[in-house]
Design a protein around this ligand. Structure first.
Ligand code: FEO
Ligand code: CA
Ligand code: CA
Ligand code: CA
Length: 741
């Protein structure tokens, strides 16, 4: 969510900067120009499916201090008999109010905002008249991250089943222009209770059974016993270090063991035992804090709240706390009103920002906030492929400008006997482990810095924020990462791990607040650094004939890394920048990956490796939307080190991957007007792809001449007058063969 241009008025802006830590930015400590001699010069040619085994230090050419590039162990990929190749004609950039797919492909709508999941509720009426309470059984708003789990006839997880499954979808937020209300959101300082109640239930997750008919296309099974909504009011438990901590004590849970609701669920993950991970990103959309609250708090409390973007006298965009005196509403104010934390919701902010585990196969299971994985603007949680006898590894990003990339390594070692172990397996692998934060060095090496209480100065002696215990460290992971000098990134969005070689990728969507290397940054401004290297200006043509300029890194990039020491659990890695977003006609030091008309894009956001190793890249853009709607590209990625050193626009040295070509990166689809393409899942046979359109028409009005999109109805009705709705669509090939290849 949150394009760079323009910024919706009522939505929390995830561009806001709250990392004012004094960490040296990488540019400040980078004394030497980087060199890729050594680490990435090896010339080892690797075909798809062949792991990088044996490429140790001797293959690197030596000659500098780069660590040995020892590849990850086999992450149990399936056999690949021939190199992957893209097998479709690129879709042209366009501004149509449609999902445009390649010739020979087709689109159907699986479910959209407000669709009833069970029998007994009326179908969507396109007038916002649905009762608030019915959203406990309707598809929510703001479709985002998702995952497909094969469903066996016995009702268990069956990883190889493609014709029947459970699709878990995040419903991130309530989208302007508020199609779920009769006439949009009613204006005013105090919200209407009926509208807020509907919004609370329209957030969260849907679990829906999906099934094939005759072809590869799929439909939701209405009335399935697995169909379930989890909302911003659903009861869930805390597990891991925070369980029982005073930091999460509330009036609802005086012993700090449970809470209600998950919010602003952006990206996601999945586990090898068959559960869904959903991540709480822009929860500041819904949490307010009263004026004068600082005086009622400790200095530690105030430091924490400020670092997480919640200063006193801060009204949330959604103002849920203003809708009445019921507990359902007042709990959205993180303010001291009672005599102790068990009398009020002063700690409500500490109850969001986590990874939540859900067992989709058990509709009565209680979701768990797995606190060991840390708390931040939690974009997602992407597992490395599980290897028997090794830890479970989960990569994570904090989508805040200046914030960090994290990795969790479980204490328990993976046993395949835990498949279908449900929430008990989750407790085994996700409640105990080590949390790390990433530091990207200018020479192409990197390190994972350990965020454990009592190590690396993470204790009561830390002056910026004295830590009390591990619950304190994970709840205030940003403050712990500040202490360790982690690298401040250009807004980490989605990640993924290449199943063919274990390398991890993460999108860095954009950053409008970088300054030239010669400038003196003020406040929270950043100079470029090797991992976030570009500084340039891009012109945007407004509809009224004027132009705007976005400067900094308006088009974003995708970073990737390969763990050293033969294990995804390693604490050092090698990195390069896989791909730079750019317009095809941009200057060469902006368009560093050599993008052309078939693959140019801006602001990468969603990212997904499918089971075959194809990489899918989705955009959430505001810098190129004068030319094209947001899109999704397919790619056959190379590997860390297949490019070389380069100087980026603005003069900062970096390390890029091999140039893109029409064979390696190609536009697969373009979405409808004013949307974001986000969320992607696939059946294991590759024949059915699920994809989400979020916030179509978000820059327009609900009715009248200001409406900019009528999607999804416009997909089939050219003269549609229906409201725009977020939805999941299904892409299949007309001949029923696998998608993309
Ligand atoms: Fe939900 Fe960071 O996009
Ligand atoms: Ca985004
Ligand atoms: Ca997004
Ligand atoms: Ca432009």
């Amino acid at each position: 969510m949150t394009p760079t241009h323009p910024t919706p008025a009522n939505e929390y802006d995830d561009d806001a900067i709250v990392n004012t830590s004094a960490n040296p930015h990488m540019s400040d400590i980078m004394a030497t120009r980087l060199s890729r001699r050594g680490a990435l010069r090896g010339g080892v040619s690797v075909t798809a499916g062949v792991l990088l085994g044996g490429m140790g230090l001797t293959a690197c050419g030596g000659g500098n201090s780069n660590p040995a590039i020892v590849p990850t162990p086999t992450p149990e990929p399936g056999p690949v008999t021939k190199p992957l190749a893209l097998g479709f004609a690129a879709v042209a950039k366009n501004k149509n109010d449609l999902v445009t797919v390649p010739e020979g492909y087709q689109v159907s709508i699986l479910h959209a905002l407000g669709d009833p999941m069970h029998f007994g509720d009326e179908s969507w009426k396109d007038d916002g008249s649905e009762a608030a309470e019915s959203y406990n059984r309707r598809i929510g708003d703001g479709h985002d991250g998702m995952y497909y789990f094969g469903l066996s006839e016995a009702g268990a997880y069956q990883a190889d089943r493609s014709d029947r499954g459970l699709l878990c979808v995040n419903h991130e937020y309530v989208v302007q222009p508020f199609a779920l209300h009769p006439a949009g959101r009613t204006a005013g300082a105090a919200r209407l209770a009926a509208e807020v109640e509907k919004e609370i239930y329209a957030h969260g997750i849907s679990v829906a059974e999906v099934k094939r008919g005759t072809g590869a296309d799929m439909a939701m099974v209405r009335g399935s016993k697995y169909n379930r909504r989890i909302t911003s009011a659903t009861e869930m438990v805390f597990t891991g270090p925070v369980k029982g901590s005073a930091l999460v004590q509330t009036k609802f849970s005086p012993d700090g063991t449970k809470t209600r609701g998950t919010n602003n669920n952006c990206a996601n993950g999945y586990t090898p035992w068959g559960t869904y991970l959903t991540c709480e990103e822009n929860w500041l959309n819904v949490v307010s804090r009263a004026a004068g609250d600082n005086a009622k708090r400790t200095a530690k409390d105030v430091a924490s709240l400020n670092r997480y973007g919640l200063p006193e006298n801060r009204n949330s965009p959604y103002l849920w706390n203003t809708a009445g005196t019921e507990d359902l509403f007042v709990r959205w104010t993180s303010s001291v009103t009672g005599t102790s934390a068990t009398d009020d919701y002063r700690n409500i902010a500490n109850t969001f920002g986590w990874v939540v585990e859900i067992d989709p196969f058990n509709p009565t299971s209680t979701p768990a906030k797995r606190s060991a994985l840390g708390r931040f603007n939690h974009e997602g949680a992407w597992p490395a492929p599980a290897v028997v006898g090794q830890p479970i590894v989960v990569y994570q990003g904090d989508d805040q400008r200046n914030d960090y990339i994290y990795k969790f390594v479980s204490k328990a070692l993976w046993s395949a006997a835990d498949v279908n172990g449900g929430m008990a397996a989750g407790a085994k692998y996700l409640d105990e482990g080590t949390l790390y934060v990433a530091k990207f060095n200018a020479d192409g090496s990197g390190a994972w810095l350990e965020l454990t209480f009592g190590k690396n100065g993470l204790d009561a002696t830390n002056t910026a924020y004295p830590f009390a215990d591990q619950a304190d460290v994970v709840t205030n992971a940003r403050l712990a990462a500040d202490k360790l000098g982690a690298t401040k990134m250009d807004r980490p969005e989605w990640g993924g791990v290449n199943p063919l070689n274990g390398e991890a990728y993460m999108t860095l969507t954009n950053n409008s607040n970088r300054v030239a290397t010669t400038a003196t940054p003020t406040g929270s401004q950043l100079k470029p650094d090797a991992a976030n290297p570009r500084f340039y200006a891009d012109t945007y043509n407004n509809a009224n004939g004027t132009t705007s300029t976005n400067s900094g890194n308006p088009n974003g990039h995708i970073i990737r890394w390969r763990e050293n020491a033969g294990s995804v659990a390693a604490t050092t890695f090698a990195w390069d920048i896989y791909l730079f977003g750019a317009q095809a006609d941009a200057a060469g030091d902006v368009n560093l990956s050599g993008l052309t008309a078939v693959n140019d894009f801006s602001s990468p956001d969603g990212l997904y490796f499918d089971p075959r190793g194809l990489l899918w890249i989705q955009t959430d853009d505001g810098a190129y939307t004068d030319v094209t709607n947001c899109m999704m590209l397919a790619a056959v990625p190379g590997k860390v080190g297949d490019g070389g050193p380069v100087t980026a626009a603005g003069g900062t040295a970096t390390i890029k991957g091999a140039n893109a070509s029409a064979d390696s990166v190609r536009r697969f689809l373009v979405g409808p007007v004013d949307c974001e393409i986000t969320g992607i899942a696939m059946t294991p046979d590759g024949k059915t792809m699920f994809c989400n359109v979020q916030h179509p028409g978000e820059n327009g009005a609900l009715t009248g001449t200001g409406v900019t999109s009528h999607w999804p109805d416009s997909q089939t009705v050219a003269a549609s007058t229906k409201r725009p709705r977020s939805a999941t669509f299904v892409v299949t090939r007309k001949d029923g063969a696998a998608v993309g290849v």
